[in-house]
Ligand binder design. Structure first.
Ligand code: GLU
Ligand code: ZN
Length: 272
């Protein structure tokens, strides 16, 4: 099977070292296997997306010495998201939710991988149709339809899908025709991605993606969740904590190929 990987950044802030590692891992795994490496811009988060950023990203990748194929950005694929959501809805697997972030925080009793776990409030009481609604996936019902599912991570091995850990996730946002989960799952299938690589911080999301693949009859790729670069205090690198933008380093004249070599070395040390 041909190896097809992708790097899928969101243009709502500059790339930093963590993104560089993600791109390098995806690129190298494809190259080592004689496969293809794709760049997909995840730009459906309209208000936060900045179109000029995507070109900045390409300059960053070039600076790191990577070569890629462009595939269409998410904003061009909204119809496919709406169609898939419609199919799930027809099967009674989605339900409207009008809860605000604040309401969820108050009602939730536990935190999951993505923050407070939605306690299913709107599943039990039909919400006010006058309020803006998101659509959530009824995970329990969905799993009844699919039965047990498995997926394979190159580092962590075979997993039994456990998509309920984060509660009933949002599939269609109040303000957008898709959530990250729906869009990324559909796009990876449409782009023919056979090896989904991304940071270990998105490991939990894969349980949901595997379920969506089963529900929507999509091909099942393999995954490679790479370890994260951490700062001196063991926290994930983040722009707000001073991890410098790649574009700043590039414009300051730093050697991008050297940086890429250092990141490959760090990644080996981290054990991927
Ligand atoms: N757009 C996502 C991000 O920037 C990509 C997640 C993924 O690779 O699936 O984190
Ligand atoms: Zn709700």
């Amino acid at each position: 099977m041909e190896i097809v990987t992708r790097f899928a950044p969101s243009p709502n802030g500059p790339l930093h070292l963590g993104h560089a590692l993600a791109a390098i891992v995806a690129h190298d795994l494809a190259r080592e296997a004689g496969g293809r490496f794709l760049l997909r811009i995840e730009d459906i988060d309209g208000p936060r997306s900045r179109p000029d950023m995507a070109d900045e990203f390409r300059r960053d990748l070039e600076w790191l010495g990577l070569e890629w194929e462009d595939v269409p950005a998410q904003s061009t694929r909204l119809d496919s998201y709406a169609a898939a959501a419609g199919r799930l809805r027809e099967r009674g697997l989605l339900y409207p939710c009008t809860c605000t972030r604040r309401e969820i925080e108050v009602a939730a009793s536990r935190k999951g991988p993505e923050g407070w776990v939605y306690p299913g409030t709107c599943k039990r009481r039909p919400p006010d149709p006058a309020l803006p609604a998101a659509l959530r996936l009824d995970i329990e019902r969905a799993l009844e339809a699919t039965g047990e599912l498995r997926w394979i991570d190159a580092l962590a091995g075979e997993q039994v899908a456990d998509p309920g850990r984060g509660g009933d996730v949002v599939i269609v946002r109040k303000d957008l025709p898709a959530s990250y989960h729906l869009a990324a799952t559909l796009d990876d299938a449409a782009d023919g991605v056979t090896l989904v690589t991304r940071g270990a911080d998105l490991f939990e999301a894969t349980h949901v993606h595997r379920l969506l693949q089963a529900l929507l009859g999509l091909p099942v790729p393999r995954w490679h969740h790479h370890r994260l670069l951490l700062d001196g205090e063991g926290r994930k690198l983040a722009k707000r904590r001073g991890s410098p933008a790649l574009s700043d380093r590039r414009e300051a004249g730093e050697d991008g190929l050297m940086l890429a070599r250092q990141l490959r070395f760090r990644n080996l040390q981290l054990g991927t």
